[in-house]
Design a protein around this ligand. Structure first.
Ligand code: G3P
Length: 214
């Protein structure tokens, strides 16, 4: 499972990119709004840092507007992926963009049926929102697992990005479910490296090394 960063914070992306673990980035209008900068400026900067796919979301809710926005966004850098909401107009836009070889990430996916429609329209990626399903008492990870099984069975090329990841348990469970990618908030990526036994073990190794020199 590849790790994408789910943030529009350029400093965070620059820092974690040095770890060598960032395969891509996803943003959305809420994350861009937090930066106080324009989407174009932020996406341009992220694409200078990260070679992999960088998702930027459209604001239009009509097919023609989405397609126009997508064409502009895709000109920012070759690795831009256009995020399209999972609505009827979005499906129409995905079909057109797919024919133009513009990569798409169908977002706000909450059911297997929506995932099938997005993949059928030619989406490059689909993003099931794990945490938001949990928020309404459903099992978000189960949707990811079901999507993995269905996409494998019917041999869809569309990749599954587990999104709305909130904690380490989500990361572990979507990995076990077979998600192609998890897009993870920076805070949770920092938690992924932590283990008290690593810290204790390292402390002991260094202490033993120091003592051996005496
Ligand atoms: O990738 C989608 C993500 O940004 C939404 O996360 O925590 O707002 O549900 P959240």
């Amino acid at each position: 499972m590849k790790i994408f960063m789910d943030t529009a914070n350029v400093e965070e992306i620059r820092e974690l990119n040095e770890w060598g673990i960032v395969y891509g980035v996803t943003t959305n209008p809420s994350l861009i709004a937090k930066t106080g900068h324009s989407q174009e400026d932020i996406i341009k900067e992220i694409c200078q840092i990260v070679d992999g796919p960088v998702s930027a979301e459209v604001i239009s809710t009509e097919c023609i507007g989405m397609v126009e926005e997508a064409r502009k966004l895709s000109k920012i850098a070759p690795n831009v992926v256009v995020k399209i909401p999972c609505i009827v107009e979005g499906l129409k836009a995905v079909r057109i963009l797919s024919a133009e070889c513009i990569a798409t990430n169908v977002t706000l996916v909450f059911s297997l049926a929506q995932a099938l429609l997005a993949a059928s329209a030619g989406a490059t990626y689909v993003s099931p929102f794990v945490g938001r399903l949990d928020d309404i008492g459903e099992d978000g990870v189960q949707l990811v697992e079901d999507m993995v099984n269905v996409f494998r069975k019917y041999e869809f090329d569309t990749e599954i990005i587990a999104a709305s990841i909130r904690d380490l348990e989500h990361v572990d469970r979507v990995m076990l479910a077979g998600a192609d990618i998890a897009t993870i908030p920076t805070k949770v990526i920092h938690e992924m490296i932590e283990h008290k036994l690593t810290d204790a073990g390292l402390k002991k190794f260094l202490l033993d090394y120091e003592n051996s020199k005496k």
